[in-house]
Design a protein around this ligand. Structure first.
Ligand code: PMP
Length: 406
């Protein structure tokens, strides 16, 4: 095989489809988010970021950055080992205690990312529990799917957000067989929210364990930022709550929160936990500061929701099509990969507005979109500039608008 030609041809095919990924090179400057500097061939330009998962701007919160500075000064840069071999720093343990408390669970276990936590925890549970069958929501994230595949356990896919279909599928199984039901709370691309209570009713009816990914909800929902399950008073009914420290908490890392035995079991058997260097202590300290702040402060959550409603309401008035959902994610639907990329480039080049196009395989073909994520630190001026630019490009491209109610 001519390897170089093979790689080149494969990449060209992706380019031809209009879904070749180009990463904007930006520098988020302390204290200036959502504004950032973008590096281009012949210099730099200023941009406003509208597609960040630092949903609350906590990545630049002074309490978070100060905690990180302090712990770098105290402990140095890296953890110095895997958790097992000299890498368990005091700050990891403090963070795990904070996470267990956040979710009202006995214990929590930290991973290097949310991706790794899903892959390792689901993979380990499904592979090791004898005869375990996994029931996975049809729109689960790649990290959950990869973990389940890696386990080689039997897997049944249930219709997205359908407790009825889950019930039907569970009813076909031997009642004595171990079962693990995996789903998310807020789905990141459509922004819809699972009927968690109904799903848990079905899990309990069939004696199945429940595993919820709250990656797009922790920090953002619930009186202390414990996620949608906290908001709905459901945390104690869920077997495993999984989350990230890299989105609303603004730093990096992933975790599960569960019973002491379950966490200990994953800690003991998950290769994705055991055989990798622990997160730097300063990262753990930054995440801890962020969680603590958001446990006590609702101001960021309230302003976040207000900003989201402001953008959504204006899109409605302008007839720009977006998915209606009850979350903070605003998917503006374009429906074509080439157009989506064109609009994204145009917004960036003409208005310094940065919204990454979302293409297949992240979303199905024909549903390409701009995924807009307002944050508490977007000003009225930022919002006006975004909306005017979107309206302008919608007209220039003669894209369909929704009927606007009189
Ligand atoms: N779960 C979901 C639903 C996600 O969207 C993501 C990341 N986009 C992850 C898990 C992985 O989290 P992290 O970015 O911390 O690896």
């Amino acid at each position: 095989m001519d390897y170089e030609s093979y790689f080149g041809d494969e990449l060209q095919a992706v380019r031809d489809e209009g879904r070749y990924r180009i990463f904007a090179e930006i520098e988020r400057k302390a204290g200036s988010f959502p504004h950032a500097t973008r590096y281009v061939e012949d210099g730099t330009t200023e941009v406003t970021v509208w597609c960040s998962n630092d949903y609350l701007g906590m990545g630049q919160h002074p309490k978070v950055t100060q905690a990180m500075h302090d712990v770098i000064d105290q402990c140095g840069a890296g953890a110095g080992g895997t958790r097992n071999i000299s890498g368990t720093n005091h700050h990891h343990v403090l963070l795990e205690n904070e996470l267990a408390d956040l979710h009202g669970k006995e214990d929590a276990l930290l991973f290097t990312s949310g991706y790794v936590s899903n892959w390792a925890a689901l993979g380990t549970l499904a592979a090791r529990i004898p005869g375990c069958v996994v029931l996975s929501d049809a729109l689960n994230h790649a990290s959950m799917i990869e973990g389940i595949r890696h386990s080689r356990a039997e897997c049944m896919i249930w219709e997205h957000n359908s407790p009825e279909d889950l019930d039907r599928k569970l009813a076909t199984l031997d009642p004595d067989r171990p079962k693990l039901v995996a789903f998310e709370s807020v789905y990141s691309m459509d922004g819809d929210i699972a009927p968690i209570s109904e799903i848990l009713d079905v899990c309990e009816k069939h004696n199945a364990m429940s595993y919820i990914d709250e990656v797009h909800a922790v920090g953002l929902y619930g009186p202390r930022g414990g996620g949608v399950a906290e908001r709905e008073g459901l945390m104690d009914r869920i077997t495993v709550i999984e989350g990230t420290l890299g989105k609303a908490f603004g730093v990096m890392g992933g975790y599960i929160a569960a019973s002491r035995n379950l966490c200990d079991y994953v800690r003991t058997f998950a290769s994705g936990f055991i055989f990798t260097t622990a997160l730097p202590p300063a990262i753990a300290a930054g995440a801890c500061a962020s969680i603590r702040h958001l446990k006590d402060s609702n101001a960021e959550r309230e302003r976040h929701q207000e900003r989201v409603q402001k953008v959504r309401g204006a899109l409605d008035r302008m007839g720009i099509p977006h998915l209606d959902n009850p979350s903070h994610i605003i998917p503006v639907m374009v429906g074509d990969a080439h157009k989506c990329k064109f609009i994204s480039d145009w917004l960036m080049d003409n208005h310094g507005i940065y919204v990454q196009p979302i293409n297949y395989p992240t979303v199905p073909r024909g549903t390409e979109r701009l995924r807009i994520t307002p944050s508490p630190v977007h000003s009225d001026g930022d919002i006006d500039r975004l909306l005017n630019a979107l309206s302008d490009i919608w007209s220039r491209c003669e894209l369909a608008r929704r009927d606007v109610a009189a």
